[in-house]
Design a binder for this molecule. Structure first.
Ligand SMILES: [Fe+2]
Length: 269
């Protein structure tokens, strides 16, 4: 068995998996990839030369593919959504400005993983910003851990980040029907490791806190996960594949101006 080589990302957010070719996957490699993803929350696999078929095959080895109705799919690969930014686009980047966990506003059965493949990458901008829910939880003061141990967050698709979705909908003409809302524990566990699940772009309320000052705790936690010490700003190259677990990392897009970028996205359960 060949053991994969791993380098943790900046601030111990996520991990690079080095020296693998995802055109040649086997069970043993996939198990190691999954273990790394569970342990680090997000994995970065640089400069892969994958066509859509190989990209989809890799995605299927991770879990069940999910349709994401807000974005257009490729004709022959409907599960591969195209995220395109054009030089003339002036609006906020989709998913920008607020750290979040994808689809935290869905109740049951919400998709767990998001994967992006860099198809056309501009130089020097368009980083994806990640914040580790594992590291953020671990570094909370004891009394806050105690306060939030049974807390539930209320997550809404009409939270602060919806601004970027509304702009995307204007552009694509695909509109979502209604506001979606769900409650989830804000402390999640992945393979025995606790993670702070607060999706700042969607969180509108915290319930079940011992203290009645739920708003204060909400703001405290949002500030906490946004601290530089938990952040890794990932700079893309063409062909990079990034896969994250929405239970254990938050992410946001950064702004792109006057250039073109294309990403292929797959959502996985
Ligand atoms: Fe997102």
């Amino acid at each position: 068995m060949k053991t994969i080589s791993i380098t943790p990302g900046e601030n111990n957010v996520g991990a690079y998996i080095n020296g693998v070719n995802l055109n040649e996957i086997d069970k043993d490699l996939i198990n190691q990839v999954k273990d790394t993803l569970n342990k680090y929350g997000v994995i970065f696999i640089k400069k892969q030369n994958l066509n859509s078929s190989a990209y989809q095959t890799f995605a299927k080895s991770i879990g069940k593919l999910v349709e994401y109705p807000r974005l257009k799919g490729l004709r022959d690969f409907p599960y591969i959504n195209v995220l395109e930014r054009r030089p003339t686009d002036k609006s906020l980047a989709f998913g920008g400005s607020w750290l979040h966990q994808d689809t935290s506003y869905l109740e049951r059965d919400r998709p767990r993983y998001t994967m992006l493949l860099g198809i056309e990458i501009p130089k020097g901008q368009g980083n994806t910003i990640f914040s580790s829910g594992f590291n953020a939880y671990r570094n909370l003061p004891k009394e806050i851990k105690e306060k939030i141990k049974n807390a539930k967050g209320v997550f809404s698709s009409a939270g602060p980040i919806s601004k970027t979705r509304i702009e995307l909908e204007k552009r694509t003409g695909i509109q979502s029907a209604k506001v979606m809302k769900a409650e989830h524990p804000i402390v999640q566990e992945v393979n025995g490791q606790k993670s702070l699940y607060v999706s700042p772009g969607h969180l509108i309320e915290i319930k079940n806190v011992n203290n009645d000052d739920s708003n204060k705790i909400k703001n405290y936690l949002i500030d906490h996960v946004s601290k530089d010490e938990f952040i890794f700003s990932y700079e893309w190259s063409k062909g990079d594949l990034v896969l994250w677990d929405n239970l254990s990392v938050m992410h946001k897009a950064s702004e792109i101006r006057n250039c073109k970028r294309i990403m292929h996205r797959i959502t996985i359960k």
